[in-house]
Ligand binder design. Structure first.
Ligand code: CP
Length: 290
C-alpha cells in the first residue's frame, strides 16, 4: 500500500513512473486488478476537478466509489478528522481520497492502514494537481530540464504553487514567481510579469483565492487584469511555442481574460483531461507493493 500525501515523499524516478503510467492509461491501457475495490472520497473543502476526476478515474478502473458529504455527517456533531477516517477504515473501505483545509492534515493519519491520496491540504500540497501539470508540460515539450516557467498570482494562498515550485525545480526547470507583492511569500525567485511573458516556456496563472484572504486585496479586478492578468495583447508577445496553464477554477476578467481561456496557447482544459489519467496512475500505485 502506498499513500500519496506530498510529492516531497517521491523521488524524481517515482514521478516519472507515475507520468509514464498515466500516459499508458491515456493510450487506452486496461487495468482490472482494482475492480470492486471500495474507495471513499472525503472532500471537506469544495472541489469540482479533483473530486470528479478522481470519481472518473475510480470508475475507469472499475472501483466502487462512495462520496462523503461532510455537511450531513457526524463532523457536524464534532467528530474529528482522525475519527472520521478511522471509521471509514473500520467500515471496510479499501482506499480514501481526502481534501481538507488544514495544512498537513495527513500527519495525524499515520495509524490508518488503507492508502490515502491527498486531494489538497490547505495552502500546503496538491500532489495530483502537480502531477497533471507535469504530464501536460511533458506532453508538450517531451522534457522538463531547462524549461522556464513563471507561476503568476496568489502564490501565498496556493497549494498548487507551493507543490509545483518544489517539484519543478527538482525536475530541472527554472521556476519564477510573479504577481502582486502582497501575494509574494518568498517561495520563489520573483520576475516582473512583463518580462516573464516574453521569456517563459510556460506561464502558469493562479486563481486569486478571495475566500482564503479574510481581507480586501489592494487591487480591484480591473487593476488586477491590467497589471497581472493575461490578456490577448500579452499572449501575442509570448514565445511562439509557449503555453498557458491554470489549475482552475479561474476568475475570468481578473487573472485571465475571457478570450485567453480557450486561446491556441491555452492548455487549461487539457490539464483537466490529464487529471483523470494521472489519478488512475496514482490509484494503481496506491495498491502496488513494488
Ligand atoms: N484545480 C483544482 O484543484 O480544482 P478543484 O478545486 O475544482 O478541485
Amino acid at each position: 500500500m502506498k499513500n500519496l500525501f506530498t510529492l516531497k515523499d517521491l523521488s524524481v524516478l517515482d514521478i516519472q513512473e507515475i507520468l509514464d503510467e498515466a500516459l499508458e492509461f491515456k493510450k487506452g491501457q486496461k487495468f482490472t486488478d482494482l475492480q470492486g475495490k471500495k474507495v471513499v472520497n472525503l472532500f471537506f473543502e469544495n472541489s469540482t476537478r479533483t473530486h470528479y476526476s478522481f470519481i472518473a478515474a475510480e470508475q475507469n478502473l472499475g472501483m466502487v466509489d462512495t462520496n462523503f458529504n461532510a455537511a450531513s455527517s457526524s463532523v457536524k456533531k464534532g467528530e474529528s478528522l482522525y475519527d472520521t477516517v478511522k471509521t471509514f477504515e473500520s467500515l471496510g473501505f479499501d482506499a480514501m481520497v481526502i481534501r481538507h483545509p488544514q495544512n498537513n492534515y495527513f500527519k495525524q493519519l499515520d495509524n490508518i492502514n488503507v492508502p490515502i491520496m491527498n486531494g489538497g491540504d490547505g495552502t500546503g500540497n496538491h500532489p495530483t494537481q502537480s502531477l497533471l501539470d507535469l504530464l501536460t508540460i511533458y506532453e508538450e515539450f517531451g522534457k522538463f530540464e531547462g524549461l522556464k516557467v513563471t507561476i503568476v498570482g496568489d502564490i501565498r494562498h496556493s497549494r498548487v504553487a507551493h507543490t509545483n515550485i518544489d517539484i519543478m525545480q527538482r525536475l530541472g526547470m527554472e521556476v519564477f514567481i510573479s504577481g502582486p507583492e502582497e501575494f509574494n511569500d518568498g517561495s520563489g525567485t520573483y520576475i516582473e510579469f512583463d518580462k516573464a511573458i516574453k521569456e517563459m516556456d510556460v506561464i502558469m496563472l493562479l486563481r486569486v483565492q478571495y475566500e482564503r484572504h479574510g481581507y480586501e486585496i489592494q487591487l480591484s479586478k480591473e487593476e488586477y487584469l491590467k497589471n497581472y492578468g493575461l490578456t490577448m495583447d500579452k499572449v501575442d508577445i509570448m514565445k511562439p511555442h509557449a503555453i498557458i496553464m491554470h489549475p482552475a477554477p479561474f476568475n475570468r476578467k481578473t487573472e485571465i481574460d475571457d478570450d485567453v481561456v480557450e486561446c491556441k496557447k491555452s492548455r487549461i482544459f487539457k490539464q483537466m483531461t490529464n487529471g483523470v489519467y494521472v489519478r488512475m496512475a496514482v490509484l494503481k500505485r496506491a495498491f502496488s507493493n513494488e
